[in-house]
Design a protein around this ligand. Structure first.
Ligand SMILES: NC(=O)c1ccc[n+]([C@@H]2O[C@H](COP(=O)([O-])OP(=O)(O)OC[C@H]3O[C@@H](n4cnc5c(N)ncnc54)[C@H](OP(=O)(O)O)[C@@H]3O)[C@@H](O)[C@H]2O)c1
Length: 453
């Protein structure tokens, strides 16, 4: 099964269905890309910010080497991150991303957000996420026009065949279209039945831009990121309107949601770690919903946006508590610890610390990265009680570069580790995990920043 294509205003053809690379873990990424190519995917939607372009390139290179595809068969998309909006920074970073991917042109290169941040040199932190070298949110003076002019020169230099934008409003597009020498080929936006953005979609399509939907399944992708709104919103997969259509057409709810978009010429880029779902997500152009059914799905609109940068605390004045994240070396270890959760950690005072928020730790990716949610904690607790929940989010990469999480690498030999036990069974965590964590240091309270020792 392969995807039909849509012709872009740049003259190139783009598959209508692709594979999204956000939150694809580094340790599995190359294989997932390879397997997705095997399953028929040709479009891969990546970004500097996803922190996995080297591994994407490895998967692509292997598929080409094994004769599954040629470079020309593929449609590789990447994005310009916010820290590289200054006109003179666009080409160098595009060249670095191409080198990471092991290719010499992007099929499509997109401005990720209309947000210009101060430059962070890749030798300082890469990907840089939202803060500057000093860990502060600092905007750059680059205008969208300056950035777009530099994007256009990538096309002139044949580094990108098509260029596009993401997360732009209609008003920002109107502004951009006044001066664009090369019009954006695509607009990539959050688009699902809870956020239909009809006027924006209509406007972009009328202006000849192809719209690509991201997060087609609505809240699902944001639940594991602990976005509150997503946790409180009913899953689209369980909604009567979607499930009844899935039954009628003998498809999965996911396929109905994706068809709702593709039938209106909106491209989709679902991400799945699961081979069965991966294959299903590609089969979303071979059945048709009735016009009234499309309308009934669109009527679920609640203007509910999950991917709002302001949800990520991109201000310096926030008091918001950061999620705690524990990393396990193997999924088995994580599953055992999750099964024993909630866990109580007794803090042995005044012994040396055994945990640390270790956002810049260098180590290999875990096969599983549970989220630790504190049930009770204070700045100087004697015990901390935590629930552990599984997550496939690429936490290790994001915590290395993102100030909005506190990650704990648990040292198996530490006193705290030895005292961490299941509340229900009393089993010490030391007996639940095989090889626990690598980077011993001090546990710091997520709110106050004080050492908890
Ligand atoms: N431009 C931007 O600012 C922006 C922002 C967000 C995303 N994106 C792009 O859009 C892509 C897709 O968006 P997304 O990652 O937010 O989420 P998504 O594709 O809407 O949803 C991913 C979630 O849905 C699950 N899933 C996938 N297929 C499924 C199926 N057939 N049945 C049931 N569950 C299924 C996945 O779990 P499993 O893996 O377990 O299947 C995962 O939890 C990203 O990867 C990225 O490339 C762009």
């Amino acid at each position: 099964m392969s995807s039909p294509v849509v012709k872009l205003n740049s003259g190139y053809e783009m598959p209508l269905v692709g594979f999204g690379l956000w939150k694809v873990n580094n340790d599995t990424c190359a294989d997932q890309v390879y397997n997705a190519i095997k399953a028929g995917y040709r479009l891969f939607d990546g970004a500097c910010d996803y922190g996995n372009e080297v591994e994407v390139g490895q998967g692509v290179a292997r598929a080409i080497k094994d004769g599954l595809v040629t470079r020309e068969d593929l449609f590789l998309v990447s994005k310009l991150w916010n820290s590289f909006h200054d006109g003179d920074k666009v080409e160098p970073i595009a060249r670095k991303q191409l080198a990471d991917l092991g290719i010499d042109y992007f099929d499509l290169y997109i401005v990720h957000f209309p947000v210009a941040l101060e430059y962070v040199d890749p030798s300082v932190r890469y990907p840089p996420s939202w803060t500057n070298a000093q860990g502060k949110i600092q905007h750059s003076k680059a205008t969208i026009q300056e950035t777009w002019t530099a994007m256009e020169s990538l096309v002139d230099k044949k580094l990108a065949r098509s260029i596009g934008v993401s997360n732009f409003s209609a008003q920002l597009l109107m502004d951009l279209l006044r001066y664009a020498r090369i019009r954006p080929a695509t607009l990539q936006i959050e688009h699902h039945p809870y956020l239909t953005q009809k006027t924006l979609v209509d406007y972009a399509q009328q202006e000849g831009l192809t719209v690509t939907a991201y997060s087609s399944f609505g809240p699902l992708s944001f639940i594991e990121l602990q976005v509150e709104k997503a946790q409180d919103t009913p899953r689209l997969f369980d909604h009567d309107v979607i499930t009844s259509l899935a039954t009628k057409y003998n498809r999965t709810p996911a396929q109905v949601l994706l068809r709702w978009a593709t039938q209106r010429n909106i491209a989709v880029i679902p991400k799945s770690n699961d081979p069965t779902r991966l294959a299903q997500n590609l089969q979303v152009t071979d059945f048709d919903l009735e016009a009234g059914e499309i309308d009934s799905i669109s009527a679920l609109n609640q203007h509910l946006r999950f991917n709002d940068p302001l949800n990520y605390d991109i201000r310096n004045d926030t008091e918001r508590e950061r999620p705690l994240i524990a990393m396990f070396d193997t999924s088995d270890a994580a599953e055992r610890a999750i099964a024993a959760s909630p866990l109580t950690i007794t803090l042995p005072t005044p012994t040396p610390p055994a945990f640390s928020p270790n956002p810049f730790a260098s180590s290999t990716s875990p096969t599983s990265s549970p989220t630790l949610s504190p049930l009770s904690s204070s700045s100087t607790p004697q015990t901390i009680t935590c629930t552990l929940s599984p997550s496939r989010h690429n936490y290790e990469r994001s915590t290395r570069r993102n100030p909005f999480y506190n990650m704990f690498h648990i040292d198996k030999t530490s006193a705290i580790y030895a005292d961490m036990r299941s509340e229900e069974t009393g089993t010490p965590l030391a007996e639940l995990a095989d090889v626990l964590m690598r980077n011993p240091a001090g546990l710091t309270d997520s709110k106050s920043g004080e050492k908890l020792t």
